[in-house]
Design a protein around this ligand. Structure first.
Ligand code: CMP
Length: 140
């Protein structure tokens, strides 16, 4: 198994409820190392570029407004099979389908306000990390 890096976002519904520490504890308990992290306020346009792959979806406008509605915490997680492991720790996109103990089962409010985002493949992880971080900010 390879050591990978993946992009994670703690979303506005979670930062609003002061859940950053509890969510980070889930990552660390799963063996993921937070090698970069910052709290930022996105504009709807910046969120729109990040989620451009979804721009034809009916929820795109709502998603961009939501991601710009409060600060987010963007972070890079590193570890063995970090992309798949992070998706396991997050749980299914819709919290109604998320396995017990996962972040979305415990904290998410709805499919739209689902507390966390994680990259879905190595190519998207590399592009998503580069959208928010320079190489100098990744301290593994
Ligand atoms: P995320 O993993 O960040 O990737 C795309 C996001 O779109 C997803 O999590 C959800 O928050 C959001 N999303 C997916 N389906 C819907 C939906 N039916 N309604 C609103 N938002 C959605």
């Amino acid at each position: 198994m390879a050591i990978e890096r993946t992009l994670s976002i703690i979303k506005p519904d979670a930062t609003n409820r002061n859940l950053t520490g509890k969510i980070n504890a889930k990552f660390e308990e799963a063996g993921l190392r937070i090698i970069a992290q910052k709290r930022i306020q996105l504009t709807p346009a910046q969120a729109g570029v990040f989620y451009a792959v979804h721009k034809e979806r009916p929820f795109y406008g709502e998603l961009c407004e939501f991601m710009a509605s409060a600060p987010v915490v963007v972070q890079v997680l590193e570890g063995e099979s970090a992309i798949a492991k992070n998706r396991e720790v997050m749980g299914a996109t819709n919290p109604a389908d998320a396995a017990p103990g996962t972040i979305r089962a415990e904290f998410a409010e709805s499919v739209g306000e689902n507390s966390v985002h994680g990259s879905d493949a190595p190519e998207t992880a590399a592009a998503e990390i580069a959208y928010f971080f320079s190489g100098l900010e990744l301290v593994g």
